[in-house]
Design a protein. Sequence first.
Length: 343
Amino acid sequence: MDHPVSSYGPDESGLICGYLFESGVPATTVDSRTAAATIESLRAAPLGKEDPARFVWLHFNLAHAGATRWLERHAGLSPAFQDALHGELRSTRIERDEDALVAVVNDVHFDFSFEAPDIATLWASLDSRVVVTARQSPLRSIDQLRTAVKNGEPLRSTVELLERLLRAQADALLGIVRSVTGRVDKVEDELLSGRLDAKRARLGTLRRLLVRLQRLLAPEPASLFRLLQHPPPWIAELDVQQLREATEEFSVGLQDMASLQERIKLLQEEMAAMVNERNSRSLFVLTVMTVLALPINILAGLFGMNVGGVPLADNAHGFWVVAAIVAAFTLVAGWLAFRRRGS
């Protein structure tokens, strides 16, 4: 989970990185000045399922003012991608738009600190020749893929690039689950040892984070399974199988997340029960002290009235008689209180 923040930046068109892939050779870099001509030449070439295709991957920073303009002018993206880019729905999904695929993928920031705002969205559009990805904040999964390509790892097709991205996202998700599990283990150990402090608030934060992650990521497997039933004709059978395996791996991560949520919920309920028990003990002690002080308060009020006829006022042993009466009533009240506690 600990990766250094990437130091790369976008060019004048908002392009963070661009790579041209060819069979049998490492990927070559592409800048925004040559990317438009590269896209045009690639889409003009015919492609079959078994063709060792050439394709290009362009990754943009949407926070740059020139990125949206370049995409609209030169990328030739479908209206479905534009709708996803400007829409409010951010759940993870992969949809087919005629012969292209449009993906919305949620990922975590580099400086992920287990807070809900540390989750951001990556948009992707791909066909047989062109992959365009765009994001507004630096994300872990896409940068891991960029680093692998930069180090010379080959990619067979555009769908394999998407599959690698999904696997990187699943790895990041599993890393989050492992980190949260470690924190929950510490809280559970403290709970078993009888120490109860401010960890309840932290558990609540972790649970809300997991709920948000599951809400954003859970729709992805279902949408991908629907896509695998009717893939575009240019997707090879091997790519379909790899996408299916990536989906199954991702589903395992979501199941682990759901189990962890249930575990946190049980810990919160146990902590709430312990707090209620402590509050009940404190309330019982306060009640007993009030009951024990009741007889002496009543007698003090009676004997403190400025009226005539106060009993035992002239008796030499009057103080001790009153003290004995108070002690007797206090013992009876204490016995009744503790007897009810035992029942």
